[in-house]
Design a protein around this ligand. Structure first.
Ligand code: UDP
Ligand code: MN
Length: 287
């Protein structure tokens, strides 16, 4: 659609220069094996119009969060209409809804969403349903890049976030190369740190952009009322630790290439009575 105003974009980026230095980051849970990443900052002062011409697929892993979804979709579509830079980006939103039955599997349903979306995309953003972008840079990424630095729910420190979740962007080729997410984490947790291991073992970089998001509150699904890991989280943690114990072989053997799924139906999202061709809601059965 809209032509990018390169001069305006350049000025905006200059104003954001004070965000640039956020230092290094680490993943939160790594089974006693602390791997630290040097977090690069993708933000620089030069705007390349090509970074706003590449095709973006936003994939939202989803089940049973109707109130979040019905706020996020109009918010995102409006963001891409109104934001001075984002409005130049050709994008599609793919809601990947996991059918009822088995426990939720965030990695596998993201893989399925990617599988249906990637043919028309150069890069993908895996987007939690419960984060609204306030200010965020959705332009092309050249390596795995988190789009969120500020606003992560329940972040204990006041500093910038280290999370590998919420809004993670990858070039399509990188995601294929690491064989996507693991399909092995049914229930809450660890598919995102598993992905970080895949990225690290493939020798890919990791960067973070200074985006601010607003989290929509919900109960924490991975813990008991006393704040301890629940039985599902204990299982996913054990799976992650077992993979780590296998060393390099533990990560990447299964994933995108081994996923079995079927799309039961796909429907367009309707906003104010008008169907949006760029927002597709897929109902997916994981096999
Ligand atoms: N999710 C969902 N339904 C579920 C569990 C998870 O739609 O029952 C999706 C949703 O996009 C959510 C993301 O997976 O934002 C992460 O799950 P959750 O919000 O429970 O994790 P946390 O907030 O603890 O990171
Ligand atoms: Mn959440």
């Amino acid at each position: 659609g809209v032509e990018l105003d390169v001069d305006a974009a350049q000025r905006l980026h200059r104003h954001l220069a004070h965000f640039v230095d956020l230092g290094e980051g680490a993943c939160s849970e790594d089974g006693g094996n602390r791997h630290r990443w040097q977090v690069r900052h993708a933000l620089d002062f030069s705007i390349d119009p090509d970074d706003y011409a590449a095709r973006l697929a936003i994939v939202i892993p989803y089940r049973d969060r109707e109130q979040h979804l019905s706020r996020l979709i109009p918010h995102l579509v409006t963001f891409f209409e109104r934001d001075r830079l984002a409005r130049a980006i050709p994008y599609e939103i793919h809601i990947a809804e996991q059918a009822p039955g088995r426990p939720f599997n965030r990695g596998a349903i993201k893989n399925a969403g990617f599988a249906v979306a990637h043919a028309n995309a150069d890069y993908v953003v895996f987007h939690d349903v419960d984060y609204l972008p306030i200010w965020a840079d959705y332009s092309l990424v050249h390596e795995p890049t988190s789009l969120i630095t500020w606003g992560v729910q329940e972040e204990s420190s006041e500093g910038p976030s280290n999370t590998p979740g919420c809004a993670l962007a990858l070039p399509v080729d990188d995601f294929v190369r690491i064989n996507g997410y693991s399909n092995d984490y049914w229930e809450w947790g660890f598919e995102d740190v598993d992905l970080q291991q895949r990225i690290r073992l493939a020798g890919l970089g990791w960067s973070r952009r200074p985006g601010t998001f607003m989290p929509m509150p919900h109960e924490h699904h991975g813990v008991t009322s006393e704040g301890k890991a629940n039985s599902g989280t204990q299982r996913t943690r054990a799976i992650y630790l077992a993979k780590g114990a296998q060393g390099t072989a533990g990560f990447g053997g299964e994933g995108l290439s081994t996923l079995g799924f079927r799309v039961e139906r796909t429907v367009q999202w309707v906003r104010n009575g008008v169907p949006l061709p760029q927002v597709l809601h897929h109902h997916i059965v994981l096999e």
